[in-house]
Design a binder for this molecule. Structure first.
Ligand SMILES: [Zn+2]
Ligand SMILES: [Zn+2]
Length: 328
């Protein structure tokens, strides 16, 4: 089978490799669609804490089983026995192996995943949109960690596809999200999504008094801006990992947590349950979610797409490893 393999930082190519085989717990599936996200591009540029090379990339997938059914995929394989796994926090399992990071992912003609990681999807959601169940599932997990409820005001910094999906999930539960994206070009990219979803993206920092704030960008400046704008007693979700910024990580801003009794929570990836919730949401918001797809491309075009995602200024590219046309 053919696959997009990252050989070393900066070196991604299409390779021919052996078809994986089923095991007692794992099953080989046809990949109908696989999205390329910022994390894939960052791994291509500079590696990642959890990345083991060489590696077939791809953790945002729509697959088809031998039963002919389509599935979204929770992109992990966890032990199923530890305290984290038993409490439904399998994303925190210390033995977790994530597709496209610790084990081969799905920007390939086939992928092998644990049967327990499959989430059935309804017929009306297009393959390319099913891929968004993973990043949307991460957003659902973040909202759950903060206990976001209907009527609450939620401030999200970062207007890339993940921040926008997070806002969509917040709206779906009756909260009032606002996305701040300071980059004019990036903010303009989401105009179609905004009109279809009702999510509002602004370039201006809003006023004070938010119940919840979340970072969907790796800038520490955005994290500080969110902390400042929370109402006293508000909750902050550290959702995106922060990048190293020489001389700019000023921790004195954490005094906001101290003086105003803010609650700080972390959110890391997604769980089987949050991906399942995301699939339900996608059924209702498939048109809006579809507006986050930049283009549907072939496997051969995927190394170049990885470069373009790394440069920024694009939404999600979705790879069709079998080369079939886009199912709208
Ligand atoms: Zn991703
Ligand atoms: Zn475990």
């Amino acid at each position: 089978m053919r696959a997009l393999r990252l050989e070393a930082p900066g070196q991604a190519r299409i390779v021919e490799q052996a078809l994986p085989a089923d095991t007692a717990e794992e099953v080989v599936l046809h990949v109908l669609a696989a999205a390329i996200c910022r994390t894939d591009a960052r791994m291509w540029q500079s590696g990642h804490r959890d990345l083991v090379l060489p590696r077939v990339l791809g953790h945002e997938l729509c697959v088809r089983g031998e039963d002919g059914r389509r599935y979204a995929v929770w992109p992990g394989a966890s032990c199923g026995r530890c305290q984290a796994c038993r409490s439904g926090a399998e994303n925190l399992c210390r033995a977790v192996a994530v597709l496209g990071f610790h084990r081969d992912g799905g920007i390939a003609q086939r992928v092998r995943v644990p049967r327990s990681s499959l989430v059935p999807v309804p017929g009306e959601v297009p393959d390319a949109v099913v891929c968004l169940a993973e990043p949307l599932g991460c957003g659902v997990n973040a909202l759950n960690q903060a206990g976001v409820e209907a009527g609450e005001r939620v401030l999200i910094h970062g207007g890339g596809p993940v921040g926008l999906l997070l806002a969509l999930a917040a709206r779906a539960r009756g909260a009032q999200p606002l996305v701040v994206e300071v980059d004019a070009e990036k903010a303009a990219l989401s105009s179609r999504f905004q009109s279809l979803s009702g999510v509002v993206v602004t370039r201006e920092e809003p006023g004070y008094g938010w119940d919840v704030a979340i970072n969907a960008t790796s800038s520490s400046h955005a994290l500080c801006a969110g902390l400042q704008r929370l109402r006293s007693g508000g909750r902050y979700v550290v959702f995106s990992g922060l990048r190293q910024e020489a001389g700019r990580n000023d921790l004195s801003r954490l005094n906001e947590v101290h003086y105003r009794q803010l609650h700080l929570v972390g959110a890391f990836g997604c769980t089987h349950a949050s991906v399942t919730e995301a699939v339900d949401l996608l059924a209702g918001y498939r048109k809006a979610a579809g507006a986050l797809i930049e283009a549907v491309i072939s496997l051969e075009e995927s190394p170049d797409a990885l470069r373009r995602v790394g440069q920024g200024g694009v939404l999600r590219f979705v790879v069709r490893p079998e080369g079939a046309g886009y199912q709208a």
